[in-house]
Design a protein around this ligand. Sequence first.
Ligand code: FAD
Ligand code: FES
Length: 280
Amino acid sequence: MNTNPYKPYIATVEDTWFETLGDRCIKTFKVVLDDEELRYNWSHLPGQCAIIGVLGIGESMISISCSPTEGKFLRFSVMRTGKVTKALHELEKGDKMTVRGPYGNNFPVDEWKGKNIITIGGGIGQAPLRPIIEYVKANRDDYGSLNIIYGARTSADLCFKREFEDMGSSGDVSCNLSIDIKEEEWPHYVGFVPSLLMDVNPSPENAIAITCGPPVMINFVLQNLKKLNFADKQIYTTLENRMKCGFGKCGRCNAGNLYVCKDGPVFCYETLKSVPEAFA
Ligand SMILES: Cc1cc2nc3c(=O)[nH]c(=O)nc-3n(C[C@H](O)[C@H](O)[C@H](O)COP(=O)(O)OP(=O)(O)OC[C@H]3O[C@@H](n4cnc5c(N)ncnc54)[C@H](O)[C@@H]3O)c2cc1C
Ligand code: FES
């Protein structure tokens, strides 16, 4: 639907809230494209991104953190790190932002029909995994079990906490949370995400595992998935290498011979295993 990928669309912040607080706090924005036709024609799938920005300041590549099944709006969960993300954090309900996209490939959610889905996330890395969870929940009969494994440093650093609390674990949906450091009254696991994965011990049979988080976490998660006998083709991840052009021209985002902007950001481990720079 986007004939000119350089053209930003104007969107309005419909709602916004903090997921986490502190120096590198994370704020979620629910936004709607102002142009009604563009809004209704917009289509994306889990894993895709958009370039969002503040006029006069700049733009950043951000994962779309909602599933298209949720409605005719977009969600972005943004960690405050530098110039653009600080300006985005200043936006409140009713303010305008720019949106370009959608960019990149998506998780092959259609190919995964009939499979058991396991998401393994850490920190802000849960943002691109959230749309998979919502997509599977909205198309429940098309998928097997849904196993969510998610951790952060402390309970205050967990994104989408309220959603996980509401979801809980029942029937064939299981929600497994962890924090790195012990806290009073924390009822869930204490330890790093790769250890939680081993504790949950998901079966590789008819399963797909998708992981996103800090590179060090992804490295250990991959090692543990191999210990659990997951085949390379059953494992997916999404990379967040720094980007500039977004179109495979500047060479900023490459990992080995792969361009994250052009070939990704979603990759099957079968492709990535021969690219050691991918998780550096
Ligand atoms: C495909 C993709 C998806 C992304 N999804 C999200 C998301 O859902 N939520 C989110 O908060 N961020 C996401 N990012 C990262 C986001 O694009 C950057 O944090 C943002 O562009 C920083 O811009 P800035 O001007 O605020 O900071 P800058 O001033 O450019 O940088 C501030 C600090 O952040 C570091 N930084 C910048 N970009 C990255 C990066 N890509 N990876 C690691 N460190 C970086 C810099 O080294 C510097 O230390 C994604 C990036 C990519 C490529
Ligand atoms: S961002 Fe320029 S080549 Fe990928």
